[in-house]
Design a protein around this ligand. Structure first.
Ligand code: PLP
Length: 319
């Protein structure tokens, strides 16, 4: 047997020594190449530009208590990204919505993280011309996951501000939801090194931008602000603006400096993966008295309360 053929067999014990099952996947259902599959069977070519060049766009919507939350807004953002990246898929909005419904219904999950994505795909000749690639649409539903665990939701996240700079909007339009995450992941490691739960990274002017999978808000004198530029226009961020409008709270998008964040009365982050989540420590120092603030608590409650409002949510059609 050649050296090369023997190598994989040698690697397997190493993985099992680490108690890692390389074939384990979260329980869920994916849609890929026209078929519904268990997550463990949903695989793509290593030649796909989504993988090789991060040439892809995606969106994530959640299902809570059997209902999609603000699915229309997620579809708007996804189709906007496709258009800006000049990708085409063989489904319209209703077609994508139906596939997402089917993934969730087949998975049986009543609380799910549901992703729709499109990669540039690959070309049969390995051409370097993106116009020759056949775009690939996929979707999947797995169990709901949150940026913050139950304890962090109760007492607040510890955040570290990394000096990593978010990819600037002149390079990548952040309204195209994308997988350019190396800045965010490096920021996350900075945060772990400093004993924090998660990270915020900076924009090109040194102001606060966003974190790995979330936007940030600060509250000062009952007024809310969130970074205006260089960030994904999050649907949860938009939902906070909508809830503030209804509740008579002032909320605006503006530059948020590091000092302003650290001296805020309250800080919270927002994501489809977890909703409105409190932050009570930044760079090891408490925000105000270090407790979850009243406006954050109020918005957390309002956010989840709206999940069964038919104006903002739609029932999954389970079999
Ligand atoms: N910022 C980034 C970089 C994200 O990836 C996400 C979500 O994945 C968000 C912000 C929050 O967006 P949303 O509220 O739409 O989930």
């Amino acid at each position: 047997m050649s050296q090369a053929a023997a190598a994989p067999a040698k690697l397997l014990p190493l993985l099992s020594e680490r108690h890692v099952d390389p074939h384990a996947y979260p329980d869920g259902v994916a849609f890929l190449d026209g078929q519904y599959l268990p997550m463990s069977q949903a695989k793509i070519s290593v030649l796909d530009w989504g993988f090789l060049h991060s040439d892809a766009t995606y969106d994530t919507v959640h299902v809570w208590d059997g209902r999609f939350f603000r699915l229309d807004l997620h579809l708007d953002r996804f189709f906007g990204g496709l258009e800006k990246l000049r990708m085409t898929i063989p489904f319209d909005r209703a077609g994508v919505a139906e596939i997402l419904h089917n993934c969730v219904a087949l998975s049986g999950h009543r609380a799910a993280y549901v992703e729709m994505l499109c990669t540039r795909g690959a070309s049969p000749t390995f051409s370097r011309d993106p116009r020759q690639a056949i775009n690939r649409f996929m979707a999947f539903a797995v169990p709901f996951g949150s940026v913050a665990n139950a304890e962090q939701l109760r007492s607040g996240l510890k955040v570290a501000i990394s000096d990593k700079v978010r990819i600037p909007p002149v390079s990548i339009d952040p309204s195209i939801k994308n997988y350019h995450w190396l800045d965010l992941v490096r920021g996350l490691y900075d945060a772990y090194d400093r004993g924090a739960d998660t990270a915020l990274i900076l924009d090109f002017n040194g102001n606060v931008a966003e974190g790995p999978g979330f936007n940030v808000f600060c509250v000062k004198d009952d007024k809310l602000s969130t970074p205006a530029v260089g960030v994904l226009p999050g649907i949860t961020r938009r939902t906070v603006f909508d809830l503030c409008g209804e509740a008579g709270l002032s909320a605006f998008a503006a530059d948020v400096g590091v000092a302003a964040l650290k001296t805020a009365d309250e800080v919270f982050i927002t994501s489809t993966a977890g909703g409105v989540m409190p932050v009570t420590t930044i760079d090891g120092a408490p925000i105000a008295d270090g407790k979850v603030g009243p406006i954050t608590e109020r918005l957390m409650a309002l956010y989840w309360k709206r999940h069964d409002d038919p104006a903002w949510s739609s029932a999954v059609r389970y079999p």
